[in-house]
Design a protein around this ligand. Structure first.
Ligand SMILES: [Zn+2]
Length: 260
């Protein structure tokens, strides 16, 4: 055999699956929502991104069709209720969520992206029991925030053929989010589901409760339109006033789609 091991359970003798980074069920939903002038611009990008996207081949059928598929089902339901709707700047947004299903799915897609891009894979290895639902305390060092991305005008100098003059957060992306923290956490993972930008901060396992609280307080004071999502709650209310869509797309946060 070719010596592969499942990235989630470590099994070496189960059937392998082949998947794109984005679950097909979620990708279908996103494509179905593209309309009007957005269609021409984004669909070309989506098709290009998907055809360029390496296939994940290191997940066994048991993991893929079991726990991981439960997480995909959760995110598709949440997509239908919440993420499908692009929010306008200043709009009040109420998100109802299952904290652990949401965070486990966000970690799963970030881990898959890390393996595809051979980037920060070791960050995720201690979190696998949490992603798989086997050890819920293993996820406690990951802090989860939500900030909303709003539609924005494209600067005239940066207009491209087929691009609408106002760009809306119509696609899903996964990447990084730079943040200069005083305690050394300086890179966050970002997963954007259209207007909803989920930010994951990875704190060291040795972090004290006081240092975790200090990080969260500092983060929220510097990003006042963000909210921390917590295990003890299932609902967040916030304003859509966080991230400028065009700035987000053109910054290093975004690696899903390249513009030429
Ligand atoms: Zn497996």
């Amino acid at each position: 055999m070719d010596g592969w091991a499942c990235a989630f359970c470590g099994s070496t003798d189960l059937k392998r699956t082949k998947e794109h980074l984005w679950p097909a069920s979620l990708h279908r939903r996103t494509v179905a929502l593209q309309d009007g002038i957005e269609q021409k611009f984004w669909l070309a990008s989506l098709d290009k991104a998907l055809s360029n996207e390496p296939i994940i081949r290191d997940v066994c059928a048991v993991c893929n069709n079991g726990e991981l598929s439960k997480l995909d089902n959760y995110i598709c339901t949440a997509f239908d209720h919440h993420f499908s709707i692009i929010r306008e700047r200043g709009e009040e947004v109420i998100l109802e969520y299952d904290y652990h299903l949401l965070k486990r799915w966000l970690l799963k897609i970030s881990y898959n992206s890390a393996r595809i891009n051979k980037s920060d894979v070791p960050v995720f290895e201690p979190l696998i029991p949490y992603i798989m639902g086997q050890n819920m305390t293993a996820g406690r060092t990951v802090k989860l925030f939500l900030e909303m991305t709003y539609p924005s005008k494209v600067p005239p100098a940066e207009m491209q053929d087929g691009m609408p003059s106002i760009v809306r957060p119509a696609i899903n992306r996964v990447g990084f989010f730079g943040y200069d923290a005083s305690n050394g956490v300086n890179m966050l993972r970002a997963v954007h589901l259209r207007s909803f930008s989920f930010l994951l901060a990875f704190l060291p396992g040795s972090a004290t409760a006081a240092s975790v609280n200090a990080f969260v307080a500092e983060f929220l004071s510097r990003r006042p339109s963000a909210r921390e999502l917590r295990a003890s709650t299932s609902r967040a209310t916030l304003l859509c006033d966080g991230i400028d869509c065009w700035a987000s797309i053109t910054s290093g946060m975004m690696h899903r789609i390249e513009f030429k």
